[in-house]
Design a protein around this ligand. Structure first.
Ligand code: PRX
Length: 652
């Protein structure tokens, strides 16, 4: 975006007022909202301190709310101690919540398992005791590579119970991606399953895990394998252990360990514009507080609600809004293992009807895909239990918003379009369903305690309601990332350096309209958003050039009707492969990337070329490639290119 101003192209003008009936029962009303915003602005320490005291159980109360002495390495509640699993489980056991469903899980084949809070507590304690028996201690890293089964949640909370730091790796990621994360975290233990189900097929998790470990320069001491699919797997004696064997032997009780509020709860990898994915570190106290508060405010959860967030636990959305936020609130979480359209396009709607889901949170890509399959699918089901809808992960186009609003929400349910990131820990800019009138395509206004702004290249605040700029946060918040695992310099460089540590730089561009509503315009760095998943173009390029046929590669995004963005790769072949069958080679390279990163990174299109367009200083002209991928007319001056004729070739 450097040097250029982005003009907003959205002209959406519809507004949907807060339904009165909803406002009357909402967890936050207009008066509370205004009071909270005022307090947050005037006295942040009092604001955050009170919320943390009121909503979390502290083993050792904190005195200091914010320590900014080493900013931008902020610390929150840092002389306090707590245990995250106690806050999610134990503290509900003395109330009627004890015997209510914490998790209702449905498998792709339709099995249903319900775990009450008391049962979940027991399973977590038992598994935490197992981890202790294996010698896992405070601060040790544990990698979790699991399907969407309750045991994945049990594994996460068991780590939290003993102060181990979990790093969940999405089950759709490849062995290579798992290897990278194990090496970077130096995990002592890997927890996986024999396999998981997806669209009627088995994902061979244990096999991938074996491959990851065989390539890894760092050896885990043990691998715990949960038996899910029952297929044959290789168990390496001494290293690999069955979950059920350990559970049968383990004692049931494991006393929770109180940890410092700043103790890392989790590391989660996400893509940036440079290098390998970075390990985002979240704290125990601040992260838990923010995921809890945002779940309470934005999803308006009530004790009687059945709540369903469709995200996999391998993403931050799964961490904050399947596990930590809702369980800390004592909510009933519905969880599904499988594909959204299996065995047919009515699957989601069928489960909403069957389990009487009240609050439903999913991604625009899923909405667009389901919309395309036709209204007859949702119309076949009784969706009257729904009272609130949410979306996350990418901008939602007004057309998809309207479909969600009308066909799924029957014009009764507010939609929370939640803008946030792996790094922010929880929602940042989002409607509050009892407070905020909605505009399709806008994530509306910041939550109380969150202070975004839009700045230009010099860091000056943009007052115009038309021009876009860098979306920044001008104040810290408890749910913010603490650092990049093992790389403090990268933390500064990625999020703070651009404006001399004055703001947190989100990496998105946005503009703010005259009502103070934010409209996210997209990433400003070389990060793609494919089906709501972040992928660095560099990661895909590195995967491509690692193939022996490839000399050079450049990856750009282009708009895609369902996925938001499609991946388009420009590839220069090595001389030795020049005469090969191009279609076959394109297929091979697509499969190669899927293998290196995961199926979500598989390029949609591969275009072979003799050269990539470069400036005289050797920089690949990505803007030009983007225009070519989109089939746009080239208006840029290409005379400064080192190899101008390349453009002609690519345009063909
Ligand atoms: O570009 C924004 C987009 O997703 C990015 C964050 O991706 P990730 O860390 O993977 O987290 C996804 C789940 C929180 C953001 O920088 N994004 C996320 N939510 C929205 C969004 N873009 C527009 N509107 C949203 N509601």
């Amino acid at each position: 975006m450097s040097g250029t101003q982005i003009e907003s192209i959205l002209t959406e003008a519809r507004t949907f007022p807060v339904p009165e009936e909803f406002a009357r029962q909402a967890n936050m009303d207009q008066a509370q909202y205004e009071a909270l915003c005022r307090q947050a602005a005037e006295n942040p320490a009092e604001f955050w301190g009170k919320l943390a005291r009121d909503h979390l159980h502290w083993d050792k109360p904190f005195n200091q709310v914010l320590d900014d002495s080493q900013a931008p390495f902020y610390k929150w509640f840092s002389d306090g101690e707590l245990n995250v699993s106690v806050n999610c489980l134990d503290r509900h056991l003395d109330s009627p919540t004890r015997n209510k469903a914490a998790i209702i899980w449905e498998s792709e084949q339709g099995e249903v398992v319900t775990l009450t809070y008391a049962q979940l507590h027991r399973e977590v304690s038992r598994f935490a005791a197992t981890l202790q028996d294996l010698g896992i201690h405070l601060g040790d890293r544990v990698a979790i590579y699991m399907p969407m089964v309750p045991e994945a949640v049990i594994a996460m909370l068991a780590c939290a119970r003993i102060g181990a730091i979990h790093t969940v790796v999405f089950g759709g990621f490849s062995a290579e991606a798992l290897k990278d994360r194990i090496e970077d975290t130096q995990a002592r233990l890997l927890i996986t399953a024999d396999g998981g189900y997806r669209a009627g097929k088995v994902v061979p998790l244990k096999h991938n895990a074996d491959q990851a470990l065989s390539r890894s320069s760092h050896a885990v001491e043990h691998m715990i394998v949960f038996q899910r699919t029952g297929e044959e797997v290789n168990m390496q004696s001494g290293r690999d252990l069955w979950w059920h064997d350990l559970a049968a032997k383990a004692q049931v009780d494991c006393a929770p360990l109180a940890v410092n509020a700043e103790h890392p709860l989790l590391i989660l990898y996400t893509s940036g514009s440079t290098g390998k994915p970075k390990g985002i570190v979240h704290s125990s106290g601040g992260y838990l507080l923010w995921s809890l508060l945002t779940t309470h405010w934005v999803f308006d959860l009530k004790p009687t609600d059945v709540y369903w967030c469709t995200a996999d636990i391998g993403w931050i959305t799964g961490h904050s809004y399947v596990v930590y936020g809702p369980l800390a609130l004592g909510a009933t979480v519905f969880m599904y293992e499988g594909a959204p359209t299996y065995p047919d396009a009515g699957r989601f709607w069928d489960m909403i009807e069957h389990h009487r889901v009240n609050v439903f949170y999913t991604a625009p890509t899923a909405i667009r895909a389901l919309m395309k399959l036709g209204d007859e699918w949702p119309n076949r089901y009784d969706l009257s239990s729904l009272r609130l809808l949410g979306t996350v992960g990418e901008p939602i186009n007004p057309e998809a918003w309207m479909w969600y609003y009308k066909v799924i929400g029957k014009e009764r349910c507010p939609i929370a379009d939640t803008w946030w990131q792996t790094e922010t820990g929880g929602h940042m800019i989002s409607p509050l369903p009892g407070v905020t009138p909605l505009k399709p395509g806008s994530c509306t206004r910041p939550l109380p305690g969150i202070f975004p702004d839009i700045v230009d290249e010099e860091g000056e605040i943009i007052q115009s309601t038309e021009a876009g700029g860098y979306l920044v946060m001008t104040r810290p918040w408890p749910g913010m990332l603490r650092t990049v695992w093992g790389d403090e310099a990268r933390y500064i460089e990625n999020y703070w350096a651009k404006f001399n540590n004055r703001f947190y730089v989100a990496g998105d561009s946005a503009h703010r309209d005259m009502d103070g509503y934010y409209w996210i315009m997209g990433r400003i760095d070389d990060v793609l958003n494919v089906s709501g998943h972040r992928l660095g173009t560099m990661e895909i390029e590195s995967a491509l050039v690692a193939h022996p046929a490839v000399a050079e590669a450049a990856v750009v995004g282009r708009p895609h009707e369902i996925k938001g963005e499609a991946i388009c790769a420009f590839v220069v072949l090595r001389q030795s492969h020049a005469g090969e069958d191009m279609d076959a080679l394109a297929q091979t390279l697509r499969a190669h990337v899927a293998d290196a990163i995961g199926p979500i990174a598989r390029p949609d299109e591969i275009r072979f070329t003799d050269n990539l367009p470069k400036t005289r200083s050797g920089k690949i002209m990505r803007r030009l490639l983007r225009a070519i991928a989109r089939g746009e007319e080239i208006t840029q001056d290409t005379s400064t290119l080192e190899n101008e004729e390349t453009v002609r070739q690519l345009e063909r």
